[in-house]
Design a protein around this ligand. Structure first.
Ligand code: ADP
Ligand code: MG
Length: 224
């Protein structure tokens, strides 16, 4: 699916407290793209990703998936669209603490009254190396395992596009490296679109298309 982000701005507060978190960001995401967005803390990275993925609304501008403006449908439609088409990976994992790893993984399907494709679930969790952890609760898992569970959850509904907001930001370099390797491997294997936010230049360089964001202004890094 072709995604066009047109002139998105996000302004918080007013008067003296006004913060321009995003300043007219424009980006086109084509099917199969692998895009990284790098920028310092507070530069608007999460705001941008939340707006592109429909988790937040822009102050002005448009996000089109094909011909559909995702911020102008009703909330139920947007939620269903997000569950089916978009996988989101958070820095803080965002697993539900009272559910097992497997229950967390299949939650997006249950919310959509769907049953998991057992062989896909088996292959996915095998690839991510978490078969032996599926009955565990999140607090019984290491950071790297939690993020691998979160990756499985992001992919369980076979979305077209994966957004990852600093997916290794809470991990040590070894488990962060493993998580990145798996994420890149799954992207290539399943031919998904991946948009990843990072402030690690090594991770940014893995992407085919690179952007930076500074003070809410997004720009493409031209090839060397
Ligand atoms: P990043 O992910 O790059 O660290 P964010 O997108 O989270 O940056 O934030 C961008 C700017 O917007 C920051 O200055 C932040 O303080 C501000 N901001 C984010 N969310 C809110 C909010 N809900 N209310 C007010 N300001 C916010
Ligand atoms: Mg952020």
């Amino acid at each position: 699916m072709h995604i066009q982000v047109k002139d998105i701005s996000k302004i918080y507060g007013a008067g003296e407290n006004k913060v321009v978190a995003l300043n007219r960001a424009t980006i086109t995401i084509n099917e199969g793209d692998f895009i990284s967005i790098m920028g310092p803390s507070g530069s608007g990275k999460s705001t941008l990703l939340h707006i592109i993925s429909g988790l937040d609304v822009p102050t002005s501008g448009q996000v089109l998936y094909g011909d559909t403006d995702i911020h102008h449908g009703n909330d139920r439609e947007l939620s269903a669209f997000r569950r089916r088409k978009i996988g989101f990976i958070f820095q803080q994992f965002n697993l539900l603490p009272v559910l097992s790893a497997q229950e967390n993984i299949i939650m997006p399907l249950l919310l959509d009254k769907q049953r998991p494709d057992e062989s896909y679930l088996h292959d996915l969790t095998g690839y991510l190396g978490i078969h032996a952890r599926l009955t565990h609760l999140p607090h019984q898992l290491s950071g790297g395992q939690k993020q691998r569970v979160a990756i499985a959850r992001a992919l369980i509904a076979k979305p077209d596009i994966i957004f990852a907001d600093e997916p290794t930001g809470n991990l040590d370099s070894k488990s962060g490296g493993e998580v990145m390797e798996m994420l890149c491997g799954l992207r290539a294997k399943m031919n998904k679109t991946l948009v990843i936010i990072t402030h690690d230049p090594h991770i940014a360089e893995m992407a085919v298309c690179r952007f930076t964001i500074v003070d809410g202004i997004l720009s493409e890094v031209t090839a060397k």
